[in-house]
Design a protein around this ligand. Structure first.
Ligand code: ZN
Length: 228
């Protein structure tokens, strides 16, 4: 293998426009690139497929039944070489940070989701509990308070202050295939994939229709180290 230089790639962004608060956004997504040994089915074809399917299903609803806020699905460019797409998204949207209500990323294959967690302020706990209750019939438990699960591509925007939710997946065999020639579609269980889609539909719809916000706010600049 060799290094063949640099080129320009793009984030791919699709959006289901919200019913009444179209400028407020719930952000879901995965990353478009993959390691070059396998096909990238689990890393991260699954994440793009899961979140794109969730956006597609919500987009098929009659307009009057759409959630209040917009749902934005992003297939991030070039995660593997250093979160370039995620960093570019954060830089391009930092002026709209508060409009990004909450984000969740799928980047751990297609194993079943077993827990839902988010670190949000007290005023958002009721909305979070409503989402957790709706996820419970899918076999998803409410995670412990204080945990969060921001995916790699969302971490640059999370560092600036966007609220994040984590849909934690069974990754028992993830690292058996991750970044190997064995990362191929036959490793994905269709039933588990469908459970992931159902969970992302539930999360995205209810977060986009929740009363109140989830606490996204610019973080104060880190204090400059004192001169010595
Ligand atoms: Zn990945």
């Amino acid at each position: 293998m060799s290094w063949d230089g640099e080129y320009t790639s793009q984030n791919v962004v699709g959006e289901i426009t919200g019913r009444s608060k179209p400028n407020e956004v719930v952000l879901i997504g995965g990353h478009l690139d993959s390691w070059d040994l396998g096909t990238g089915a689990i890393d991260d074809g699954a994440g793009v497929a899961i979140t794109m399917a969730a956006g597609h299903l919500i987009g098929q609803l009659p307009k009057a039944q759409r959630p209040a806020r917009s749902i934005r699905v992003v297939a991030f460019a070039n995660e593997e070489q250093g979160l370039w797409g995620g960093r570019a998204y954060a830089e391009a949207h930092k002026a709209q940070l508060r409009q990004h209500q909450i984000g969740a990323e799928s980047d751990f294959g297609a194993g079943r989701i077993y827990a839902f967690k988010a670190d949000v302020p007290a005023h958002a706990q009721a909305a979070l509990a409503q989402i957790a209750q709706a996820l419970a019939p899918l076999g998803i438990a409410a995670g412990s308070a204080g945990e969060e699960g921001c995916g790699p591509d969302l971490s640059p925007f999370h560092a600036l202050g966007m609220a994040c939710a984590g849909l934690a997946q069974d990754g028992t065999d993830y690292f058996d295939y991750h970044h190997t020639p064995d990362d191929t579609l036959d490793k994905i269980d269709p039933a588990a994939l469908a459970q992931n889609v159902a969970a992302y539909v539930t999360f995205a719809y209810l977060a986009a229709d929740a009363d109140g916000d989830f606490g996204s706010a610019p973080k104060p600049e880190a204090a400059a180290p004192a001169a010595k």
